[in-house]
Design a protein around this ligand. Sequence first.
Ligand code: PHE
Ligand code: ZN
Length: 881
Amino acid sequence: MRTDTGQIIHLADYRPTDFVLERVDLTFELDPTATKIEARLIFHRREGTDPTAPLILDGDELSLSGLLIDQNEIPAERYDVTAEKLVIRDLPESTPFEVTVITIINPEANTQLMGLYRTNGVYCTQCEAEGFRRITYFPDRPDVLAPYTITIIADKAANPLLLSNGNFLGGGNYDEGRHFAAWFDPHPKPSYLFALVAGDLGVVEDTFETMSGNEVALKIYVEHGKEPRAAYAMDALKRSMKWDEERFGREYDLNIFQIVAVSDFNMGAMENKGLNVFNDKYVLADPETATDQDYANIEAIIAHEYFHNWTGNRITCRDWFQLCLKEGLTVFRDHEFSADQRSRAVKRIAEVRHLKAEQFPEDAGPLAHPVRPTAYREINNFYTTTVYEKGSEVTRMIQTVLGRDTFKKGMDVYFERHDGDAATVEDFVKCFEDASGKDLKQFSLWYHQAGTPLVSVSTAYDSASQTFSVSLEQTVQATPGQPNKEPMHIPLGFALLLDNGSLASASSVKGGDVTGEVLHLTERAQTFTFGGIGSRPVLSLNRGFSAPINLHFEQSSTDLLHIVRHEPDLFARWQALTDLALPVLMKATRDVRDGRQPEPQAELIATLLEVAADDTLEPAFRAQVLALPSEADIAREFGSNNDPDAIHAARQGILADIAKAGQATFETLFTSLVNEGDFTPDAASAGRRALRNAALSYLSYLDGGATRAAEAFASTNNMTDTIQALTVLAHRFPGQSETANALGAFLKRFQDNALVLDKWFAIQATIPGASTLARVKALMEDPHFVASNPNRVRSLIGSFTFSNPTGFSRADGEGYRFLAQQILAIDPKNPQLAARLLTSMRSWRSLEPSRAAHAEAALSEIDKALSLSTDVRDIVERILK
Ligand code: PHE
Ligand code: ZN
């Protein structure tokens, strides 16, 4: 583990390297504990730089075994080397020269899963962001681009497969039962996109013909025997390739595209050029073992990594501050892809739910940072929902501000102008300014100002003048390092709904810019006045979640109900239902906390049941509505002084009331929504399953709930229904024999399937209530718990800390102490995993004082540790500040 040095990297300090890298030639002699790497790097001094400047190469836990310049030994006084740095002096002023670096590393001992490591007997690399420097000394930064030639030598029996980026050059037998393969990637790339995989894996093959008629070989590698489970990923890949051609005119650019699924991986997947490496959770699926959510995730992540080929690889980032340039944009692209493959409105609801659940708390707490940060201590900690999801929303807003056609033109300019570049956010924005003729200076604040803007709204109708006015005021709260904020350009989709359900169109607008169905808030406070409005309309604002903001708009329940019934935009209907439900849930929480009996909520319940029973609405949408705001949503809405137990009890009470009032509806849904025929993972079938399972969940609040859930569990033919039934049993009836039996049966049936076991752990880790901590501790002793596997750690410990408010935040603080111990145990082995788990504490200040004190004490325990990784040190200090 690299311990923290306290060093901070600043965007303002960026400068290009003194040397230009022309070519990279790597030879790997693979061995589980002593892999030898010979790196031959051709450099020349950049014109106009200091002719005496030394060459500085990065390393991480490396030791140097050999160093040559132009194939000659180099005298000791010409270089300095440590585990982190190789500095070479007295290099040629103008001619290119070759540096040969030899290193020997131990993949087996690499528990951080950065650099070259072993997973289930397979050699695998992960280089983003700074993993390449754990393989060899190198200018390991994204603005150093070169073509790579790779030779891999390994024992043939153990490693029949030798893969790297680019096109296959050839291979053959070598000495002592070894063989070799050579690969050449003609597209200049930064080191973070390098990949190597070697081992013995099964393969699924297909081909794709690109729009200009090139045939691309497609290969997905998985463990032997799992080939049938890669079929859906292959299908998603081909659809992604087609979609990027149709929507953005982007064609694939090598003759082979490969994906390897591995079981030990810190993140979701990695877009290495021509050789994506995936967490196997986002590749493997079949009806028996994968849920609808798994299928949707696979589709989205396969697309995401494929789309990086243009947004990330062909055009990469100048430095890591520009991470959103590739990530925000690529998330936007994968969101659009999924929306086109499925139901756009339901997809949007899921996106916004995720954004609000993950990014809004980040932006409201101690870890808040701009989409384009200006300083970091550990780049691994900036792979955040702000960079990814808010970054995507910012891209979406560019499309909203410019319109779809002009946005597309701007993207064309970007691909044309920056292909082959390591670009910046400013470069990106400039393309849209040039394509549109618009000044996007104020808009760019979205990249630079952290925090979720709050827009307060009030409206007035004047029948005498037939005008309707909308007054808006924006504020952005202070965030770490940014006490004062400028007013932002907030594009607000809107509609004026009339009594008969039609949309009003104004004859005039005063007070600000309105384009089509978008109102542009650019001042701190602004009043828009619409003329020619014959009767008082209902305002539907921030339609489609056009801007990632919080709205403070006290709309009457009559107006909200009008939106629920008449808005053509389904997303806006869902939003209105949420706005109806949240105050009710909050009021009930206050009642519980203060020892009052919560009042019955007939109006909300009737509305929800009306939507649930409305067969004209798609089932997936109705399921989203029945899900109600989560406990975390309620906590976020309170913002401070949170008591998770009160929130849980209040929400459970309302769920039970809905169940009672809606018994007939839920019975009907549960019996009528059975899919006929074989399982298919398409969105429509998934939607029916979602609604049927929502019904099952409500029915569990009525007499015989456990029996019904146990029957449902016993009679499913797909993993979605199995998991839903098991969740209802475990979460609603944790102590009952039905639950113990179901958990036991499930374990017995799936104990050999790691991804399904992860679900078994996660369901138990999220059982509400204080006693779940003991269960989690016991499960850590279960022989199926594998502490070295990140998926398993996340499924048990991560699910508990991120998704179990009453369990993790139990009143005595034991949950936080448990997390602190786990962080200190995991950090020396896998700092990235530890740091990410620790972010589950990011909202500790919004807890009620006694829990907050426990949380602070646990964080201080971590902070006091003498040796912490940079990753954990960075998070703990920012969280505590
Ligand atoms: N770049 C990867 C992705 O989004 C994420 C990743 C980051 C993976 C760092 C591994 C390490 O798509
Ligand atoms: Zn990405």
